[in-house]
Design a protein around this ligand. Structure first.
Ligand SMILES: C[S@@+](CC[C@H](N)C(=O)[O-])C[C@H]1O[C@@H](n2cnc3c(N)ncnc32)[C@H](O)[C@@H]1O
Length: 189
């Protein structure tokens, strides 16, 4: 057995957190792999709200979702995830998924920004149901990504003191800092 990559592990763990009929958010639609995964998990009666700031990403994600026959379950927004709070009611969402960084094959300068990611995570925290899960794959292998990853981890660790359950999964001893998964379940109150 090969240890899973953080993106694979996110899918393995989130599968158990999503029920048919749930509302979930893909904060970084990219090429739509996560959107298709989420649309499969929520079933026919569920919904996925997906965001990306790049038109190329929305096009790519939409065509992947259409090819999977799941487009009736997904609302795409060509917009920043900082603003997601306008698209769902407080405490109505089961899972919010972030896969940070840039779109493979496109302009690497169009990467997620720490300040915007943190704004969106604040909004995600208010949208999540008690017990809902926030999943963030971070890419500390480049300077901007390292700064963003550190701030995201710090933000989530601060939630642990108010009862969130926070975990981190990654590969140690790599040549350059490897991607890692942060997973957090919102406090039940
Ligand atoms: C690593 S890719 C996501 C991969 C994707 N989840 C998939 O399964 O193919 C990161 C994406 O985040 C997007 N992004 C960057 N800033 C954003 C923002 N403020 N709001 C929403 N998406 C953003 C980028 O355009 C890029 O497509």
């Amino acid at each position: 057995m090969m240890p899973p990559r953080p993106t694979e592990l996110a899918w393995m763990l989130l599968r158990g957190a999503i029920r048919a009929g749930d509302l979930v958010i893909d904060a970084t639609a990219g090429n739509g792999y996560d959107t298709v995964f989420l649309a499969g998990c929520v079933g026919e009666s569920g919904r996925v709200i997906a965001f990306d700031v790049q038109e190329a990403a929305i096009r790519s994600a939409r065509s992947r979702v259409v090819a999977a026959g799941l487009d009736s379950r997904v609302d795409f927004h060509h917009a920043s995830h900082a603003g997601m709070a306008a698209h769902a009611a407080a405490e109505s969402v089961s899972v919010v998924m972030f896969n940070l960084g840039y779109l493979p094959g496109e302009d690497h300068g169009l990467t997620t920004q720490a300040w915007e990611t943190l704004t969106a995570m604040e909004e995600a925290a208010s949208l999540l149901k008690p017990g809902g899960v926030l999943s963030v794959v971070c890419y500390p292998g480049h300077a901007e990504g390292a700064e963003e990853a550190a701030r995201v981890e710090e933000w989530l660790c601060a939630r642990a003191s108010s009862g969130w359950r926070v975990a981190k999964y990654g590969m140690p001893a790599t040549l350059r800092p490897a991607p890692f998964l942060l997973l957090a379940a919102k406090n039940e109150r």
